[in-house]
Design a protein around this ligand. Structure first.
Ligand code: GLV
Ligand code: GLV
Length: 333
């Protein structure tokens, strides 16, 4: 029997690729940079399944090109690069890789938080560039205490909860905002609900842990940044577009807030002339919060498992658009 055809838009860790190779007739985009749009459209027209990254735009044009396309297996928990409603209409399954990257991503939110609060990157540069000319000084590179401070978590999903659990070790007061009040977690994590504006006023550290949706686009805008403490620090390793970057730059330069840690940007890669990159009170990273060897391998395995389940006629374990199951379309769809 002929194997289903799968196009893999970037070389994934071997643990997943091995499974995909074993089950499918596959082709892999060989380069580090993303495939051009033309290639995505051309390949979509030839295959039964695609594995995608969040830097691949998968919209109705791709679906229309993909007359045999049945499944998009995304290598990420977020899927704002995929027009999921359009996929559903056409009976195309969309899967993601939730859960496995939760702890790894929560770790990284903390790495950024601590780096900004205690000026870790600045201190490193200070030593390397020969600025360390007196042995010790009472006011050298003072930062902000994490212990005993108030942490405000916006979005108490899996990752937000993971960040809260870690905060317990620092004796922090924890508040959260979420569209869903989570009474179960409030007790378990000893954490209190707050309206978003109240949270911004009260927290010393604010972490962003919401997905990018219409309702979360520029959730953190100029008005909200002005609510934060002057000593406040903002951490984002969710999606760049949740924060209005121009407003953030103003907030950092004009001292409405004290610092920011950013693993995500409105545009990725961010431009080299992004003014945020000129600021010492900002720590930046190239969207690597889930990038541990273990997690990235496991994500690849999940991408493979979702494909295998689908083509064996089972419901993929991480189906995003569950409504698709009931869509009745002519032919295979
Ligand atoms: C990465 O940002 C992901 O959504 O997995
Ligand atoms: C993602 O894993 C989330 O729900 O926070």
């Amino acid at each position: 029997m002929q194997k289903p055809k799968v196009y893999v838009t970037r070389k994934l860790p071997e643990r997943g690729l091995r499974i995909i190779r074993n089950h499918f007739d596959i082709e892999i985009w060989p380069e580090y940079a993303p495939p051009p749009r033309k290639v995505i459209l051309e390949k979509a027209s030839e295959v039964d399944g695609l594995t995608t990254l969040l830097s691949d735009t998968i919209d109705s044009e791709v679906f229309d090109a993909g007359s045999n396309l049945k499944i998009i297996s995304q290598y990420a928990v977020g899927f704002d690069n995929i027009s999921v409603d359009e996929a559903t209409k056409r009976g195309i399954y969309v899967t993601n890789t939730p859960g496995v990257l939760t702890e790894t991503t929560a770790d990284y939110a903390w790495a950024l938080l601590m780096a900004v609060a205690r000026r870790v990157v600045e201190a490193d540069k200070y030593v390397r560039t020969g600025k360390w000319r007196v042995g010790w000084h009472p006011t050298m590179l003072q930062g902000r205490d994490i212990n005993g401070a108030t942490l405000g978590i916006i979005g108490l999903g899996r990752i937000g909860s993971g960040i809260a659990r870690r905060a317990r070790g620092f004796d922090m007061k924890i508040i959260y905002h979420d569209v869903n009040r989570r009474q179960d977690l409030e007790e378990k994590l000893d954490i209190k609900f707050a309206e978003i504006d109240a949270l911004l006023r009260e927290a010393d550290f604010v972490t962003i842990n919401v997905p990018l949706l219409k309702q979360t686009f520029h959730l953190i805008n100029e008005e909200r940044l002005r609510l934060m403490k002057k000593t406040g620090i903002l951490i984002n390793n969710a999606r760049g577009k949740v924060i209005d970057e121009n407003a953030l730059y103003k907030a950092l330069v004009e001292g409405w807030i004290a610092g920011a840690g950013l693993d995500v940007f409105e545009q990725e890669p961010t431009l080299q002339n992004n003014p945020l990159l000129t600021l010492d009170n900002v720590v930046v990273a190239p969207h690597i919060s889930s990038a541990s060897y273990e997690t990235r391998s496991r994500m690849a395995e999940m991408v493979a498992e979702n494909l295998v389940a689908f083509f064996e006629g089972r419901t993929p374990p991480n189906l995003v658009n569950k409504e698709v199951i009931n869509i009745k379309l002519p032919g295979w769809r």
